[in-house]
Design a protein around this ligand. Structure first.
Ligand SMILES: [Zn+2]
Length: 193
């Protein structure tokens, strides 16, 4: 008998191979080899325990979590599980936003057609905590949406800044409001839309 549990052997295996994609069979072989050293036996079967690990979430002993990037492959990722909690728009809000924006892309102005279905995007990005709410939504075409997701300030668009400013005014974030005021002044100065 070994004083280490099956789980300990498996966790050790991940600990020794952080970030590496390990196949079920590889894990089983590595564990068997270690178990053999400790006990003289290979009578240990790991598959079921390994398969269960991704469901366990954050594993304190590993200071990370087990991800299953593809079938039969497991890997240790250090750190907390990234929050995938996004804030999408409801169907109703999407409809209302499009209507408010006159069914036109708010950056380039192209109208919605059967070929070009406009999308609703977050003005304050989701990653910064922007919510999928009416006031944080903007109607964009695919092209402008791509530009926006690259966050190139120079092509961000006056309307976007104006709407962002409105939201930040409400939020009372005076630093961003000051910044946006200056940006909008520059649009005025160069007579750009
Ligand atoms: Zn557009």
């Amino acid at each position: 008998m070994s004083i280490k549990s099956k789980r300990d052997y498996i966790l050790d295996c991940f600990r020794n191979n952080p970030g590496k994609e390990l196949k079920l069979k590889e894990i089983d072989e590595m564990v068997k080899a270690e178990y053999l050293k400790d006990t003289g036996s290979t009578d240990i079967y790991t598959n079921r325990t390994v398969r269960d690990l991704p469901k366990r979430g954050f594993i304190t002993e590993l200071n990370g979590y087990i991800k299953k990037p593809k079938r039969g492959v497991y890997t240790l990722i250090y750190g907390k599980i990234p929050s995938i909690k996004k804030s999408p728009f409801s169907t109703l809000d999407k409809k209302k936003i499009k209507k408010r924006d006159h069914y036109k892309c708010q950056m380039c102005g192209i109208p919605e057609t059967r070929e070009e279905i406009l999308a609703i995007d977050h003005i304050e990005p989701e990653d910064s905590g922007g919510k999928g709410e009416y006031n944080n939504g903007i109607t964009l075409c695919g092209k402008c949406n791509n530009i926006k997701s690259n966050l190139k300030v120079t092509t961000f668009g006056k309307k976007m800044f104006e709407k962002y400013r409105k939201i930040m005014l409400k939020k009372g974030d005076s630093e961003i409001v000051d910044f946006l005021n200056e940006v909008l002044e520059i649009y005025k100065k160069y007579n750009r839309n």
